[in-house]
Write a protein that binds this ligand. Structure first.
Ligand code: COA
Length: 160
């Protein structure tokens, strides 16, 4: 299994994996729209024997004056879940964001899953967001990046 950047030829396979993982087409449409709008920062696939079995996308996210990233969505094909692929995608994606100088990443996700990658609800709590609570988590890729707080500005594709 290889984690690699998404390529134009992967688009249909990504749509299929994302729709299968979520059991509905909404998140696959979100991925297409983010790409069409040019709001994708990092997009990776998990490639197993030339089949796409997982996908992750990080999009532009204003965090006050910071050019941060939103992690959404991450998806693993149902038959391949619970084998570490989701974790590998998240870790590789965070590494890419760090390499690109992204200071912080925000995710809205399951509070039992994301802390193992360093996401922390306490770091996100001071941010002015359209949603609040333990599902909103953040990770600083530049230490102290979130100390100043700030309002979250999601890409238009999210419709927030
Ligand atoms: C969430 C998802 C990407 C995780 O990928 P994965 O390859 O199955 O994850 P990993 O194998 O790296 O990690 C598995 C662990 O994650 C945890 N986990 C996975 N999905 C979880 C969920 N929805 N809620 C809470 N914990 C979850 C479990 O604790 C599991 O550990 P276990 O095997 O000891 O029970 C995948 O399950 C998926 O595509 N789900 C449907 C789409 C989705 O909900 N995406 C996240 C929201 S953007």
């Amino acid at each position: 299994m290889q984690i690699r950047p998404a390529a134009p030829a992967d688009v249909a396979a990504i749509q299929a994996v994302v729709a299968a993982a979520f059991g509905q087409p909404d998140e696959a449409r979100l991925v297409d729209r983010l790409r069409a709008d040019g709001d994708t920062l990092v997009e990776l696939v998990a490639d197993k024997d030339r089949a796409i079995v997982g996908h992750i996308l990080f999009s532009r996210l204003g965090i006050g004056a910071l050019a941060g990233a939103a992690l959404a969505p991450v998806a693993v094909a149902p038959a391949h879940q619970r084998g570490g692929i989701g974790g590998a995608l998240i870790r590789a994606g965070l590494d890419r964001c760090r390499q690109r100088g992204v200071p912080a990443v925000v995710v809205l996700g399951h509070p039992a899953y994301y802390p193992r990658f360093g996401f922390d609800a306490a770091l996100a709590a001071p941010l002015a967001a359209p949603f609040a609570g333990p599902a909103l988590m953040a990770i600083e890729l530049t230490p102290g990046a979130l100390a100043g707080g700030g309002a979250l500005a999601y890409a238009p594709a999210f419709g927030i």
